[in-house]
Design a protein around this ligand. Structure first.
Ligand code: ATP
Ligand code: MG
Length: 690
């Protein structure tokens, strides 16, 4: 157990704490996650059966990494530890007990993601005969979510309530469950069904929770029930990093926990992640929040380190060039792409940086955005698999019945749906009965045969890796993409190949028959929210929102687009509560950096096609030490450009040219006749540097 020796005194105290409720409350980078991991290992070494430990993390990735770490520390039997996100834990419970609830669910229900949920909301709006222009599907979906999770008492409008009911009925009739349900039904089972409650109160001896500051009310209630009997609850959190208020996370849970369980507290105060100039900035920034349960000043033994670089650019484009230039310099200094993260307030801000990185040939990956499993071709492939696996999955059948195109129009699909409803059978079974014109009926019967063929092929399979080739050929999907032969169809083929690797990896992770492995794999996929992309870590610059990098660390962090109205966002300009949450988000950002931190913004930015002035985010000033201010001019970088005099370029229309000069973001380029000298936006997508 020599890893015990690597812990500091307070960490050790938490790890060897004899049991009972304990709250490790500490700032960023003080080793909370490391302590929690060590605690699990320690419990196992003390003889607690791994299967009787439940640990809850914030992302699937964190859960996986923690499990690997515990296995390293204690051996393979640590496989049995229940290490899940709250949602994944809920799924485990529901797979076992959902049939007890009075809603008609079977254990084989399917989990839908946010996108599927929105699709259903929009179908319901149409079904009810409402004018879809009158509703924002996205807003309605969040209202439904608020209402379901008891964060809103009632709907203001009766049509909204009708849509909610239609949505809920659709989910139940189709054996579908959304992310909210995973927690709500779990709590319902634990609250209303004594046997189930008692079962799980005695199922575990220890319950541990990371990132406790971001648990919501329902999650806290689940924890409270699970810990009520043995009271061995070990939770770690940092109130200054509570950034999910908008989803109902509530720092009040910390107070409740201390009160409900009369928990002891352990404070960790030494930071092991960042140099002190970075920590000073974090400390100074967060001191601007009034609503702080405890004040702490982070310090580390890692020296002062490099000064933070504050950078102002004239335009949004130039900000991206600046970042790209700096990245190239850092690489020359010996850093890897992998060491670098570009962080922004919301996903939509990624595109500009992506464009600049692509132009410069810098490899990057983007967390979130359109995550892999949200992509059209991936959803299509999975829908085929789901329908072949279980013919009664109407929702997925609708997705693929006409993909590739088989001249089955919307009207035919609607008729099929009506027939199914009328006869009380699945749409798949209704194919034989529906009355349609020759062509459409024939196509439906062909589709049915494809599904039956797939099912027959599945029955013969032993391993998941066998699945994709058969799927692609039998469904005609590959032919469709080949015919299309566009750049995007190539990307889509690549994505499908990546899905093949997902299944191949599944063969290593899961045990059992083909169908047992398949169902586990499909569950796992359903749990990937857009928060939580499963990216294979190669040597890439990472682009992410602050929310997506909670708990992670990078040698180099760029915090970009630090402009009032964007970060802090517009809403925060009116409300202290929101402003303080935004400030905590910035605090999370700063504290991700280990060695170097860049904070950048632009004075002009294109927003929805219009150029707007950008004012520097207040977080720039708030994080800056007074002694930094005179240095401002020194640390402001010179204007950065994508092109410089003498560069050779290739223009889609004008052909080869040479850059004569660059002023602001306009490049003067000499092309061969008949084009001659042109003034062009240097970042124009038609121009490529050669
Ligand atoms: P966050 O609040 O961002 O989630 P955290 O408190 O969970 O941070 P960790 O991620 O556990 O902090 O640790 C931060 C870094 O410090 C990690 O690289 C970790 O390995 C290192 N670290 C933590 N404790 C020690 C220690 N006692 N000795 C050496 N390194 C440590
Ligand atoms: Mg952590």
């Amino acid at each position: 157990m020599n890893w015990l020796a690597t812990l500091n005194e307070s960490q050790l105290q938490a790890v060897i704490h004899p049991g009972g409720p304990l709250f490790v409350v500490a700032g960023a980078g003080t080793g909370k996650t490391r302590t929690l991991t060590a605690k699990i290992a320690y419990l196992i070494m003390q003889g607690v059966k791994p299967g009787r430990i439940l640990a809850v993390t914030f992302t699937n990735k964190a859960a996986r990494e923690m499990k690997e770490r515990v296995i390293d520390m204690t051996g393979p039997h640590a496989m049995d530890v229940w290490l899940y996100t709250f949602h994944a834990f809920g799924l485990q419970i529901l797979r076992r007990h959902i049939a007890e609830l009075p809603y008609g669910y079977k254990a084989s229900f399917t989990v839908i993601d946010e996108d599927d949920g929105k699709k259903i909301v929009s179908d319901v709006i149409k079904d009810l005969g409402f004018d879809s222009k009158m509703f924002s599907v996205k807003a309605l979906k969040s209202l439904i979510s608020l209402f379901k999770s008891n964060r809103m008492e009632e709907f203001e409008r009766s049509d909204e309530e009708k849509i909610y009911k239609g949505y809920q009925t659709y989910l139940r009739e189709n054996q579908l469950i959304d992310f909210d349900d995973l927690l709500i039904y779990t709590l319902e089972l634990l609250t209303d069904y004594k046997e189930i409650r008692v079962l799980y109160q005695h199922r575990f001896d220890h319950v541990l929770v990371d990132e406790f500051q971001d648990t919501d009310v329902i999650q806290y209630k689940i924890l409270k029930i699970l810990g009520e009997v043995h009271k061995n609850l070990f939770v770690v959190g940092d109130p200054d990093q509570s950034i999910y208020g908008f989803r109902g996370a509530n720092y009040n849970n910390s107070k409740l926990f201390l009160k409900d369980f009369n928990a002891q507290e352990v404070v960790l105060d030494k930071n092991y992640r960042s140099t002190n100039l970075i920590l000073n900035a974090a400390n100074k920034l967060i001191a601007n929040n009034f609503n702080r349960p405890s004040e702490k000043n982070l310090q580390s033994d890692l020296g002062q380190g490099e000064p933070i670089v504050y950078n102002k650019e004239q335009s949004d484009y130039q900000e991206t060039f600046y970042v790209v230039n700096q990245i190239n310099q850092l690489i020359r200094k010996g850093y890897q792409y992998d060491d670098i993260a570009i962080l922004y307030r919301n996903n939509a801000l990624s595109r500009l940086f992506e464009d600049a990185l692509i132009k410069d040939g810098i490899p990057y990956i983007i967390y979130g955005g359109i995550s892999f499993y949200q992509r059209r071709e991936i959803k299509d492939a999975l829908a085929y698999i789901r329908v072949a696996n279980d013919h009664s999955q109407d929702f997925y059948l609708k997705r693929i019945v006409n993909v590739p195109k088989r001249s089955i129009g919307l009207v035919s699909v609607r008729k099929l749906e009506d027939t199914a409803r009328h006869l009380g059978i699945s749409m798949f079974d209704a194919i034989d009965f529906v009355i349609l014109r020759g062509q459409a009926k024939e196509s439906l019967l062909k589709f049915k045969q494809i599904i039956l063929d797939l099912k027959e092929a599945f029955d013969e399979m032993e391993d998941l890796y066998q699945l994709m080739p058969v799927l692609m050929s039998k469904t005609g999907y590959m032919d469709m993409l080949k015919l299309e032969d566009s750049e995007s169809s190539e990307d889509r083929m690549d994505n499908l190949k990546e899905l093949q690797s997902v299944f191949t990896r599944g063969d290593v992770y899961y045990e059992g028959t083909f169908y047992e492995k398949l169902n586990q794999q499909l569950d796992q996929i359903a749990l990937y929210s857009d928060l939580d992309q499963d990216v294979t870590e190669d040597n890439h610059v990472k682009l992410a929102t602050y929310h997506q990098v909670k708990g992670l660390e990078f040698k180099i962090v760029f915090m970009v687009v630090l402009e009032e109205g964007i970060f802090p966002n517009d809403r925060a300009l009116m409300s202290t509560y929101e402003l303080e949450e935004e400030r905590r988000v910035a605090y999370v950002g700063i504290t991700r950096a280990k060695e170097r931190l860049y904070m950048t913004y632009a004075e002009r930015r294109m927003v929805y096609g219009q150029t707007k002035m950008g004012y520097p985010s207040r977080f720039l000033k708030e994080s800056r030490l007074n002694t930094d201010v005179p240095k401002e001019h020194v640390t402001y970088a010179k204007e950065s450009h994508l092109l410089k005099t003498g560069d050779h370029v290739d223009h889609q229309v004008f052909g080869r040219g040479v850059v004569v000069s660059v002023d602001q973001d306009i490049a003067t380029i000499a092309f061969a006749m008949p084009y001659g000298i042109k003034n062009l936006l240097e970042s124009h997508p038609a121009i490529k540097k050669v």
